[in-house]
Design a protein around this ligand. Structure first.
Ligand code: C2E
Ligand code: MG
Ligand code: MG
Ligand code: MG
Length: 280
């Protein structure tokens, strides 16, 4: 009985395994060619200052538009890009493209907008990472203070001397540094004091539960106060409702980002959104 059940379970399972790995192989080979085929695009989501609702900047969010797979969201290919190391060349493209874009906006509008760019652990640990960033700034003529690199808590907590050196080198270049997805790591808060971070981004899972969960309400308020006492600015991500925004304003959160304002936009849409927002 048990043996038969085991066997049939195996037979049901095995073909799926094969499918999964074949799908993965296909995705991987498509991903290898994606850069040269120019299949990557950036979307931009505005980050607004809560005090006066002015546009502080934008977060660049990567999209992979492949003829076979369609529009692939980052959560579906960034882990694979990390595993294969492809994230290093893809990430280099993202940084350069983001710098180029924001430098163009600044020239067009005269506004000192900031571009936030996500950096994944493997990319950050690439020995040429600092060089990649400084080359992108140099090529595009962008000042470091207009580029903000978003690094996840997990990376910082893997703590080693190299992380420390890279963060300091970036800080010396004037680049801004932010902790993304704050609260989802192990929250060994000590690192905030020891590293040159400028901004802390409260993970959207806390913001999402603000209206329902009073523990999250207390947590968000504590995070904001703690960040401020360490001299960090706070961005709340994933803001979808007006009452979340009101709570965040009352708690003196500095910036907000989320579908309440707009989902991520392509460059043309973003510039239109900004000019509407300024007028309105
Ligand atoms: P993230 O950096 O935390 O980015 C915020 C994510 O939340 C984005 O998802 C954004 O579209 C989404 N979002 C924005 N507002 C709202 C909201 O009001 N509600 C909800 N539910 N979601 C909202 P996206 O674009 O799918 O990106 C997912 C993740 O992929 C990012 O999370 C980031 O970790 C990673 N990622 C995106 N672009 C890049 C990139 O260029 N390089 C690297 N290494 N990672 C990237
Ligand atoms: Mg981010
Ligand atoms: Mg700094
Ligand atoms: Mg985040």
């Amino acid at each position: 009985e048990a043996k038969n059940r085991g066997k049939s379970a195996f037979q049901r399972f095995a073909p799926e395994m094969k499918e999964v790995s074949q799908e993965r192989l296909q995705t991987e080979s498509l991903l290898r060619r994606a850069l040269e085929m120019q299949e990557f695009e950036l979307r931009f989501q505005p980050i607004l200052r809560l005090g006066d609702s002015r546009i502080m900047g934008a977060e660049a969010l990567l999209r992979w538009n492949n003829p076979t797979l369609g529009m692939v969201p980052p959560d579906r290919f960034i882990p694979l890009a990390e595993e294969t190391g492809l994230i290093i060349t893809i990430g280099r493209w993202v940084i350069r493209e983001a710098c180029r874009t924001v430098s163009r906006w600044q020239k067009q509008t005269g506004d000192p907008v900031i571009m936030a760019v996500n950096v994944s652990p493997r990319q950050f640990r690439d020995p040429h990472f600092v060089e990649t960033v400084s080359a992108a700034l140099q090529e595009t003529g962008l000042e470091g203070q207009y580029l903000e690199l978003e690094i996840t808590e997990r990376l910082i907590l893997d703590n080693n001397l190299e992380t420390d050196r890279v963060l300091r080198d970036l800080d010396e270049m004037g680049v801004r540094l932010s902790v993304d997805d704050f609260g989802t790591g192990y929250s060994a808060l000590g690192y905030l004091k020891n590293y040159p971070f400028d901004t802390l981004k409260i993970d959207k899972s806390f913001v999402g539960d603000l209206n329902r969960d009073s523990d999250d309400t207390a947590l968000v308020s504590a995070i904001i106060n703690m960040a401020h006492s360490l001299g960090l600015k706070v961005v709340a991500e994933g803001v979808e409702y007006q009452d979340q925004l009101e709570f965040l304003s009352t708690e003196r959160c500095d910036y907000a980002q989320g579908f309440l304002f707009t989902h991520p936009l392509n460059e043309r849409e973003f510039l239109l959104w900004c000019s509407d927002h300024m007028d309105g």
